[in-house]
Design a protein around this ligand. Structure first.
Ligand SMILES: C[S@@+](CC[C@H](N)C(=O)[O-])C[C@H]1O[C@@H](n2cnc3c(N)ncnc32)[C@H](O)[C@@H]1O
Length: 257
């Protein structure tokens, strides 16, 4: 079984482009086994053959593997800190910002930043980037139509100002939608853009091995300007932040020294 899984991982990298060696093994293997049961595949080998010939199944499987849970203004305490301290500090020092949501899923995180910046600096053209591995999530991000539960933590004034009701869904205003550029990127393999004032990589590190986390922390830090911020998820503590020239300023918010 262990040898079969190793072979599956190798073939999967060639098929969907994701190297599972950088993901926490137990958690990932458990999820994959559950999926195989769900789709009725008898073995890893049988399922890899399905993936190799069926593009739609590849997309479904990638969507399942990558876990797209997200929300606007997710983790209210952290977003209050971003709204009240991080963004005001950055616009005061740099005026026009470059912000990146790495592992942006369907877009709520980077769109929340776009709304907060519109409040703070109306009409200013900041550069806002969202990247993710999952093409399906990026398509939804570009469409910017969301179900109610993704807006539960968003303060009512923003919901009122930037969304319109469409059936059972909520459509984000074009003003905010058009501020953000989305791009497919594998954080574990692809080069990073640079000169960001703020990078959010939230609820992504939890899936990665410690070795991958340390390597990526350094790469993220190298993509920040001096004095820029790096924000991870609430449950994620950076390992060895000082080795990457980052100091913790509050909660899960770090600043490049
Ligand atoms: C749980 S979501 C987090 C979404 C958002 N950052 C938030 O906190 O609300 C994790 C995202 O990381 C993405 N992801 C996982 N591995 C990735 C990789 N190697 N490269 C880029 N994105 C990845 C997934 O596709 C998924 O959309």
């Amino acid at each position: 079984m262990a040898a079969d899984y190793e072979a599956f991982k190798r073939k999967l990298k060639g098929t969907i482009g994701l190297d599972l060696n950088y993901y926490k093994q137990q958690q990932m293997q458990r999820r994959i086994n559950q999926w195989l049961q769900r789709v009725g595949a008898a073995s890893y080998d049988e399922y890899i053959k399905v993936l190799q010939r069926d593009a739609e199944e590849r997309e479904r499987f990638t969507g399942y593997l990558t876990i797209n849970t997200s929300q606007f203004y997710r983790d209210v305490t952290v977003f209050r800190e971003i709204e009240d301290k991080v963004l005001p500090d950055l616009v005061q020092r740099f005026r026009r910002l470059r912000v990146w949501s790495a592992g942006c899923s369907t877009g709520p995180e980077i769109y929340t930043i776009a709304m907060l910046l519109e409040e703070l600096t109306p009409g200013t053209r900041h550069t806002l980037l969202g990247t993710d591995f999952d093409v399906g999530a990026l398509e939804q991000a570009e469409e910017a139509v969301y179900s109610e539960n993704l807006l539960n933590s968003l303060p009512a004034k923003y919901k009122k100002r930037y969304f319109t009701h469409e059936g059972r869904m909520w459509r984000l205003s074009d003003t905010i939608r058009d501020r953000v550029r989305f791009k497919r990127q594998n954080l574990l393999e692809d080069p990073f853009e640079t000169n960001f004032h703020l990078i959010l990589c939230r609820n992504v590190f939890i899936y990665f091995t410690q070795e991958a986390q340390v390597r990526l922390t350094k790469k993220f830090s190298d993509s920040l300007v001096s004095g820029g911020y790096f924000i991870v998820g609430n449950a994620e503590n950076l390992l060895e932040p000082e080795m990457a020239d980052l100091k913790r300023v509050s909660y899960c918010i770090y600043q490049r020294v």
